[in-house]
Design a protein around this ligand. Structure first.
Ligand code: LMR
Length: 335
């Protein structure tokens, strides 16, 4: 009411209806993937929902494709930001929090999850809070988890990746900034190379690396399949995102606004799971129907061989992550 009264005093009546109301708060949402992916779509939906729920008091600007920051830089920028009216939000993959959280590394353990239902059991349980604990002390407020999907392996060469270590020997693989992924590649027989997401297509095309691991929507939207020969449906680990915002900005939002933004995020999270499920089959199909990389399913025996080859990773990181936490996740998953 007060705002409307002030606006009427300041704006000539004929213009009042045409004037867009300036937002009180701005959230810059930075991410690295294409707008058509599950994360890209959820970010745009979130922006729309925030606009509606806050009556335009909060404006969310979405920056896809690493336009604003890459994932490592965005977390640093978020931690340093002190503005109470402009907040930085991002949804880096869980693997990219390695500098700030040892416990979130749980998600990278190879073959922890059989499928996305297993992931949801963990994400929707109190264990998720345990895994994200302590981030606020690093200036990052964890809000929710968004899906992409299970990861598959692609390679340029004369045969698909099937038998470790032989098929991995002499091959270099792009990975995210995850020490567990690095150890996993070494245990499979290959050489890991950490690279930012926006460099992957060029690195694959120029032969800087031979292969990579990612979810279907990233392979498709970034055309990795066009510069790779085979994709093995390994489903060896999960690609998901922790949606985070600057802790200071979040804490300073008025309670009613924070509630509205949180409600928008909850709706966007539910939609993200639907987008991810659709991309998982849809983008796989598009790749299969293209003239590029050949998609190769794996038998149970092959899957078992990969699981066995990567088992030492669990022992290597058990203390760093916390044995109790790993045991509790396993218990929750009925193992
Ligand atoms: C990657 O770096 O491969 C992914 O984390 C990119 C993303 O955000 O899905």
């Amino acid at each position: 009411m007060k705002t409307l009264f002030r606006a009427l005093l300041l704006v000539p009546l004929a213009l009042a209806g045409m004037q867009a109301q300036a937002a009180d708060y701005t959230i810059k949402f930075s991410h690295v993937v294409a707008p058509g992916t599950p994360k890209g779509k959820a970010a745009v939906l979130f922006a729309d929902l925030v606009d509606k729920k806050t009556n335009g008091r909060v404006k969310v600007e979405v920056f896809p494709n690493s336009q604003l920051y890459n994932d490592n830089k965005v977390l640093e920028a978020m931690r340093l930001s002190s503005s109470k009216t402009t907040g930085l939000m991002a949804a880096p993959s869980l693997s990219k929090f390695v500098k700030f959280s040892k416990t979130l590394q749980t998600f990278d353990l190879p073959y922890l999850f059989n499928d996305i239902n297993d992931v949801h059991k963990v994400v929707d349980s109190p264990l998720m809070d345990r895994m994200a604990a302590g981030l606020d002390k690093k200036g990052l407020r964890a809000l929710t988890v968004w899906d992409n999907g299970m990861k598959v392996f692609s390679i340029k060469g004369d045969k698909p990746l099937m038998n470790p270590p032989a098929d991995f020997n002499g091959m270099k693989f792009r990975i995210q900034s995850s020490n567990i992924a690095a150890s996993m590649i070494k245990n499979l027989g290959g050489t890991p190379q950490k690279l930012p997401f926006k460099e992957v297509y060029t690195a694959l095309g120029q032969g800087v690396v031979d292969g990579q691991e990612n979810a279907w929507s990233n392979v498709y939207s970034k055309k990795f399949h066009e510069v790779q020969d085979y994709i093995s449906v390994s489903n060896h680990s999960y690609l998901g995102y922790l949606v985070v915002v600057s802790d200071e900005f979040w804490g300073n939002l008025p309670a009613d606004i924070r509630k509205q933004v949180a409600a928008a995020l909850e709706e966007a999270t539910a939609a993200n799971r639907r987008f991810a499920a659709a991309a998982d089959t849809g983008d796989r199909k598009k790749i299969e129907n293209s003239k590029y990389a050949k998609v190769v399913d794996m038998t149970n025996a092959q899957r078992a061989a990969w699981r066995k080859a990567t088992a030492p990773v669990w022992a290597e990181f058990r203390n760093e992550i916390g044995g109790d936490l790993i045991d509790d996740v396993n218990k929750l998953l009925g193992r």
